[in-house]
Ligand binder design. Structure first.
Ligand SMILES: NC(=O)c1ccc[n+]([C@@H]2O[C@H](COP(=O)([O-])OP(=O)(O)OC[C@H]3O[C@@H](n4cnc5c(N)ncnc54)[C@H](O)[C@@H]3O)[C@@H](O)[C@H]2O)c1
Length: 446
C-alpha cells in the first residue's frame, strides 16, 4: 500500500474528486438503462446488507455501476482489473462523495495491484464482480490450498488467516459475476474440472453485452487508444487485426471506416471465412508481418505476435493489444532480443530490433483503456445493467443456482434491449395475432 492508504481506500489523491464527479456525471447522461435501474434499486434495495467486491476497470462508467450497487443496498469495495486502466479522478470521487472503498491507482506496480486485490478480498464479499476472473481466481487458489499460485501480497495475507477463516472467506461467497470473454473461458474451464466453488453469472454471454460492448465499444475505443497514443494517420495504412471475434469484428469495421486497408488473421475457419466475405483479406500472421503498418491483437490468446513475426516487420511498425491480458504479444521475447526501449511518447515505446524500429503501445496492455478512456458510456450502459441485474439474480436465486457458469435469463437480456431502444426513442413493431399463430404453426400459409 502507498503512504496515503487506509484500510478503506487507496487512491492517488482525493483532490481529484471534483473532476471525477464531473466526468462521472457526463457518462451518466449516456447511461439511461442503468439510471432506471438505480431508481428501482433505491426503493427496492435488492442488495441490502450484502458485501460486494468488484475488480473492474475504474472508469466513469464503472463509477455509475458502483453507485447503483450501493443504491441497491450493497457495501461496495472496488479494485482495478488492470494496473493501467484506473482513472484516478474517478477513484477519488467514489471515495469522497459515495463512501465506496476504492483501492486503485493508475500505473500501480505489480505488488500494489495485488495488494489492492487483497484489500477487496479482505472486504469479505458475499458477491464478487470480476473483469478477467482475478478475484475468483484468487479465491479458488485459497479454496484449493494452492497458496504458491497467489501473488506474494495476497499469499502473505492468506497465510496469516486461520484455516476456518480461509474457508469462510470462500464459502461466504454466494455467487459471482464475470464481465469479459477471457474470464468466462477460465470459469468454464473451472466448472468443467469440477472445482468451481460457487455459481457465476457470465455477463459476457448476454446478447446485450457482447454484441455491443465487445463489438462497438472495443471497435471505437481501440481506434481511439491508438490515435491518442500515436496521432498516426490511419487512411491509406495497412492495419492487421488478429482475431475476428466480437472485438476484432468491431475494430476491423471502424478502422476500415477510417480508411485503412485491413488484413485479418484467424485460427478458426468459420471466422476467417466470415472476415473474407466481409471484404477483408485473410492472411497468416507470417504474411501480415511483412506488410502491416499497425498490428492489433484481439484474441484472448497467448503469443499471437511472436519474435519471428516482429523480426519480419517493417521499420516503424506499431504493435498494440486490445485483448484482456498483456500476453498476446510476446513482449518478454522482444525485451530479450532488443536493447531497453526508449519512451518516445506517453504509451509509446520504441524497440530497436535488427536495425529496425518497432513501436509497442501501452506495454501490450489493453490499449483502449490504457491510452484512451475505454468504451463509450452508451455501450457500458447495457453491460453494467447486466452486471447490476446479475448481482440481483445471484441474491434472489443463491439457493437454487448450481456451482456452474450461468447466463442471465433471456427475458432479462431482452428487457435491457427494450429499455435501451426506448431511451434512444426507437420504436419497433410487435407481432400481430396472425403472425404469432403463423410462427407457431407448421401448416399455415405455405
Ligand atoms: N479491449 C476491451 O475493452 C475488451 C472488451 C471486451 C473483451 N475484451 C477481450 O478481448 C479478447 C477477445 O474477446 P472477444 O469477445 O472478441 O472473443 P471471441 O472469442 O469472440 O474472439 C476471439 C477470436 O480470436 C481468434 N483467435 C484465437 N487465437 C488466435 C490466434 N492465435 N490468431 C488469430 N486469431 C485467434 C478466435 O478464433 C476468435 O475468433 C478477450 O480477451 C476479451 O476478454 C477486451
Amino acid at each position: 500500500m502507498t503512504a496515503t492508504a487506509s484500510s478503506t481506500s487507496d487512491v492517488k489523491s482525493l483532490s481529484l474528486a471534483d473532476e471525477g464527479r464531473r466526468r462521472t456525471e457526463w457518462a451518466e447522461r449516456s447511461m439511461p438503462v442503468l439510471r432506471q435501474l438505480r431508481e428501482r434499486f433505491t426503493t427496492e434495495r435488492p442488495l441490502q446488507g450484502r458485501r460486494l467486491s468488484a475488480c473492474l476497470h475504474v472508469t466513469t462508467e464503472t463509477a455509475n455501476l458502483a453507485v447503483t450497487l450501493k443504491a441497491g443496498g450493497a457495501d461496495v469495495a472496488l479494485c482495478a482489473s488492470n494496473p493501467l486502466s484506473t482513472q484516478d479522478d474517478v477513484a477519488a470521487h467514489l471515495v469522497r462523495d459515495h463512501g465506496i472503498k476504492v483501492f486503485a491507482i493508475k500505473g500501480e506496480d505489480h505488488d500494489t495491484y495485488y495488494d489492492h486485490l487483497r484489500a477487496a478480498l479482505a472486504h469479505r464479499p458475499d458477491i464478487t464482480m470480476d473483469d478477467g476472473a482475478d478475484l475468483v481466481g484468487a479465491l479458488h487458489m485459497i479454496a484449493l490450498n494452492r497458496l504458491d499460485d497467489l501473488a506474494p501480497a495476497v499469499r502473505t495475507w492468506v497465510e496469516r488467516l486461520s484455516a476456518a477463516d480461509r474457508k469462510s472467506l470462500v464459502t461466504g461467497v454466494i455467487g459471482s459475476t464475470e464481465e469479459t470473454t477471457t474470464g468466462v473461458i477460465r470459469l468454464k474451464a473451472m466448472a468443467k474440472d469440477g472445482v468451481l466453488q460457487f455459481p457465476v453469472i457470465a455477463v459476457n454471454d448476454s446478447d446485450t453485452k457482447h454484441l455491443f460492448d465487445n463489438r462497438y465499444g472495443t471497435g471505437q475505443s481501440t481506434l481511439d487508444g491508438i490515435l491518442r497514443a500515436t496521432n498516426l494517420l490511419i487512411a491509406g495504412s495497412t492495419v492487421v487485426v488478429a482475431g475476428y471475434g466480437w472485438c476484432g469484428r468491431g475494430f476491423a469495421m471502424r478502422v476500415r471506416g477510417a480508411g485503412a486497408n485491413v488484413l485479418v488473421t484467424e485460427i478458426d475457419p468459420l471466422k476467417a471465412l466470415e472476415a473474407q466475405m466481409d471484404g477483408y483479406r485473410v492472411v497468416t500472421m507470417e504474411e501480415a508481418a511483412r506488410v502491416g503498418d499497425i498490428f492489433v491483437t484481439l484474441t484472448g490468446n497467448i503469443h499471437v505476435i511472436r519474435l519471428e513475426h516482429m523480426k519480419a516487420m517493417k521499420d516503424g511498425a506499431v504493435i498494440a493489444n486490445s485483448g484482456h491480458f498483456n500476453v498476446e504479444i510476446d513482449l518478454d521475447g522482444l525485451k530479450r532480443a532488443a536493447p531497453p526501449p526508449l519512451a518516445v511518447r506517453e504509451f509509446v515505446e520504441e524497440f530497436r530490433l535488427g536495425g529496425k524500429r518497432l513501436y509497442v503501445l501501452a506495454d501490450g496492455r489493453l490499449v483502449n483503456l490504457a491510452a484512451a478512456e475505454g468504451h463509450p458510456a452508451s455501450v457500458m450502459d447495457m453491460s453494467f445493467a447486466n452486471q447490476a441485474l446479475a448481482a440481483e439474480h445471484v441474491v434472489r436465486h443463491a439457493r437454487t443456482l448450481g456451482k456452474d457458469v450461468h447466463r442471465i435469463p433471456r427475458d432479462v437480456d431482452q428487457e435491457i434491449a427494450r429499455l435501451k431502444l426506448q431511451a434512444m426513442g426507437v420504436s419497433i413493431d410487435s407481432l400481430t395475432a396472425e403472425q404469432q399463430k403463423y410462427l407457431a404453426s407448421w401448416d399455415m400459409g405455405t
